[in-house]
Design a binder for this molecule. Structure first.
Ligand code: ATP
Ligand code: MG
Ligand code: MG
Ligand code: MG
Length: 441
């Protein structure tokens, strides 16, 4: 367009974004339609800046900034899953009832399962998880050889659960994104090894996001199996009760059976209690599902053998909201650096102000940053709402949590021009020349 220099990518400007800004608390409440359900900080903040908009109870529209953050999260997940040999697939959400009847979960899952019928009267559910589907898929491959194992299949898809109490925004939805991985091994020992491999990948993932996690011993619940761990973030609004050993770092979900309430089983030291939100869950399944669907491979002697399985969930949308819950202040969203929807927000001066002449300097800065710093292509946003004061736009930028906010004020007209740079993750504010800005970024 005429505003963009020839041969350059168009500049990203805030005024074109489909992104409501700064909704008042009462507007947010009326969006949710259920005042009493505005139950946590991440939900309130995400609604206020229009990261999510309610569609129906427990279902949200994910707005452009959120989709960007989620795509970044999925990229990190892909890296970690593929680094351990994961292969990405995508299974249908519509899951035939007969699969669920085979494992008895059609009844066991009760009302959490969203059920429907097609025009022929055939029954389905909307997949809340995919153990049945993936095991039937693997079982359909009759020529699987032990040489192809371990087989690690995963997907990132929408899951559906008719939660009794959907709340806390994206933390507990009725429709949400999950990364679910399913592993197939030739022996229980090999499957244990794979279990450790995936758990380690989860630890790395949460470390990269800068989130402090706990790996807690957990109950196997309706999924079944013989061993299970939950990855938990410590948050006040967490719905899980955990016990933690301060001396040896043992931790467990309180709901597991036969857990003494005050003796650490590993070091016998005293346990303390805390609350957590479950962001990931791993299960060692053994042959529970492979025996039902006959998921076999041929072993080294040419004999058919049942696969030893594991399954591993990560709450993708829950991680986004949980990260915001733990990192943000009461008024300002903070993201894990890797996930911030945009890395840099540039604020040119107000139209008609004394500094208005610096507008062009900011546009050059925009072009230079995106040209020189390859990683920042598509990551720099120009807040072109120049009818607003710098102060008002800085407030919005602060709230949205761009890692870097760069302002052209009075000093941008000096020679050399200097910009006010807010580094949100360190809380520093510095004045830098264009070269200084480039170096910092
Ligand atoms: P919760 O105990 O919170 O109900 P769950 O144990 O039922 O979770 P799993 O079946 O273990 O959940 O699913 C794997 C992951 O999916 C969970 O660790 C969580 O991160 C995510 N998840 C589960 N339910 C929801 C939901 N309603 N909304 C968003 N994410 C969810
Ligand atoms: Mg649940
Ligand atoms: Mg749970
Ligand atoms: Mg769980």
């Amino acid at each position: 367009c005429h505003q963009c220099p020839p041969g350059r990518q168009p500049r990203l400007v805030l005024s074109h974004m489909f992104q409501p800004q700064n909704l008042r608390e009462d507007q947010v409440l009326s969006l949710e339609g259920r005042a009493s359900e505005l139950t946590c900080k991440s939900q309130r903040l995400m609604l206020q800046v229009g990261l999510i908009l309610p569609a129906s109870p427990g279902c949200y529209h994910l707005m452009p900034y959120t989709v960007r953050a989620m795509e970044k999260l999925v990229r990190v997940i892909d890296q970690e899953m593929q680094a351990i040999g994961g292969q990405k697939i995508n299974m249908p959400s519509l899951s035939p009832a007969e699969l669920w009847r085979a494992t008895s979960r059609w009844d066991l899952m009760g009302r959490e399962l969203l059920r429907l019928r097609d025009r022929h009267g055939k029954e389905y559910c909307l997949g809340p998880t995919h153990e049945e589907a993936v095991t039937a898929l693997v079982a359909s491959q009759k020529k699987l050889s032990y040489k192809q194992l371990p087989l690690l299949l995963y997907q990132v898809t929408r899951k559906f659960r008719d939660e009794p109490r959907p709340r806390f925004g994206l933390l507990r939805g009725r429709e949400f994104y999950m990364k679910d991985m399913y592993t197939f091994d030739s022996s229980a020992e090999a499957a244990q090894e794979t279990y450790g491999l995936v758990c380690d990948a989860y630890c790395r993932l949460f470390d990269r996001l800068g989130l402090r996690w706990l790996k807690a011993r957990a109950d196997v619940g309706s999924i079944g199996g013989t061993m299970s761990h939950e990855f938990q973030l410590q948050v006040d609004i967490g719905e899980d009760r955990l016990v933690v050993c301060p001396s040896c770092h043992f931790s467990a979900n309180k709901e597991i059976q036969n857990l003494s309430q005050n003796i650490c089983p590993d070091c016998q030291g005293p346990l303390t209690e805390t609350k957590g939100i479950e962001v990931g869950h791993t299960f060692f399944l053994g042959t529970k599902y492979s025996s039902i669907f006959n998921a076999q491979f041929t072993n080294a002697h040419g004999d058919p053998t049942l696969a030893e399985m594991g399954c591993y969930g990560l709450g993708v949308t829950r991680i986004l909201a949980a990260a915001i819950e733990v990192l943000s202040t009461e008024d300002c969203i903070r993201w894990p650096s890797l996930l911030a929807p945009y890395q840099v927000c540039l604020i040119p001066p107000k139209k008609g102000s004394k500094e208005a002449a610096a507008a062009e300097i900011v546009e050059h800065l925009y072009d230079d940053i995106t040209e020189a710093v390859a990683q920042l292509q598509g990551e720099v946003l120009l807040d072109d709402r120049t009818h607003l004061t710098i102060g008002n736009r800085l407030k919005d930028a602060n709230k949205l949590g761009y890692p870097f906010v760069i302002i052209a004020g009075r000093k941008a007209l000096e020679d050399p021009a200097r910009f006010e740079v807010w580094c949100q993750n360190t809380g520093e504010v510095v004045f830098l020349t264009k070269e200084g800005v480039m170096e910092l970024l």
